[in-house]
Ligand binder design. Structure first.
Ligand SMILES: Cc1cc2nc3c(=O)[nH]c(=O)nc-3n(C[C@H](O)[C@H](O)[C@H](O)COP(=O)(O)O)c2cc1C
Length: 326
């Protein structure tokens, strides 16, 4: 039973991004608002079943009923090729409070693929089915089990067979990042194939890939016909984008006035960065690491706007230098 993603009820989901949408970033972005739920960074399931302590390190929200402080559910994403170990990890995550399980069949990293995880499994759709089935049967029926895929390994039309396998495995929904593994992050993003799957397969489909602006979102909605969307890099590149999209989807709980107030954040990066630093403190995240993360964030912001004003920050080596650069 899927309580989270229903036909006729639009939704916007924060994408899993390893090293980007970690605990403080999830806290910050869900505090700004707009997301229906988010997915954790991937947890790699290898030879050992990970102990509770490690799972909590990946998803500190487990201690908070599986939600961020602002009440947004965080589903746990797992990655691996062994159905039994994946199922045991899912069972453990759910027993500790995870509200849903997402399975990663999209990671393109060579080291992950060489170790039988992520996109490499797209080459063998029967294994997608086995893994989902095994995870599905290990957790209670009210816990959603979803799959996140790319279009295929090499050929985008592999998505038809992959989607069949996802449905046969019993997934609650399917997120499609509309690129193949071979493409990496290169263009084009094939939103039209997401539309084909949505039209022809009986499963809710979340459209993902290259939504950087409200215009991109409108185009993606038009091409795919979807009502469920996932936002990754664009959520950082434009911190008000989630709210803008929600308003367009008719699901924003914010009033127009509140949105306008948020819109002021457009050029007010300092409060955002300061809040990010503050949210990372209880996790004892080192200032050095935080500096790297702020630079990474500005790099994403520079994809859609001119931020030459941020040049001095690229050379900053500590937080004090960053604040000074502003
Ligand atoms: C740095 C980075 C890390 C990522 N980590 C994950 C991950 O842990 N799990 C996953 O399913 N996808 C991961 N992705 C893929 C994103 O979830 C998303 O599918 C992709 O970035 C396309 O969406 P976007 O154009 O909105 O960013 C990652 C992407 C990036 C850029």
């Amino acid at each position: 039973m899927n309580h989270y993603l229903k036909k006729g009820e639009p939704a916007l989901i924060l994408a899993p991004m390893e090293g980007v949408t970690d605990f403080p970033m999830r806290a910050l972005l869900t505090e700004l608002g707009g997301f229906s739920f988010c997915i954790s960074e991937f947890i790699r399931v290898t030879q050992e079943i990970l102990p509770e302590k490690v799972l909590h390190r990946f998803i500190p929200e487990l201690k908070n009923g599986g939600k961020t402080d602002s009440g947004c559910p965080v589903f746990a994403q797992i990655l691996g090729g062994n159905p039994w170990r994946m199922a045991e990890t899912a069972r453990s995550l759910v027993s500790q409070g995870a509200l849903g399980i997402d399975i990663n069949f999209g990671c393109p990293a060579p080291i992950v693929n060489r170790n039988d995880g992520g996109a490499v499994i797209l080459k063998e759709p029967h294994r997608i089915k086995e893994i989902i089935k095994s995870v599905r049967s290990s957790v209670p029926s009210d816990i959603p089990v979803s799959a996140k895929v790319r279009l295929g390994w090499e050929n985008p039309t592999e998505i038809y067979r992959i989607s069949e396998a996802v449905i046969e495995g019993g997934a609650s929904w399917l997120t499609i990042h509309a690129r193949t593994r071979s493409q990496g992050y290169a263009k084009p993003v094939h939103w039209e194939l997401i539309g084909e799957i949505r039209k022809n397969f009986p499963i809710p489909v979340i459209a993902n890939g290259d939504i950087w602006s409200l215009e991109d979102f409108r185009k993606c909605r038009e091409v795919t016909g979807c009502e469920h969307f996932m936002l990754g890099r664009g959520a950082l590149g434009e911190p008000t984008l989630a709210l803008q999209i929600c308003r367009e989807l008719g699901i924003s709980s914010k009033t127009t006035a509140q949105l306008e107030e948020y819109a002021d954040f457009r050029e007010r990066w300092v409060p955002l960065f300061k809040r990010f630093v503050e949210l990372g403190e209880p996790q004892a995240i080192s200032p050095h690491y935080t500096v790297r993360r702020i630079k990474q964030w500005l790099n994403l912001a520079s994809r859609t706007r001119d931020i030459t004003w941020a040049e001095p920050i690229k050379r900053a080596t500590n937080l004090a230098e960053i604040w000074e650069a502003f």
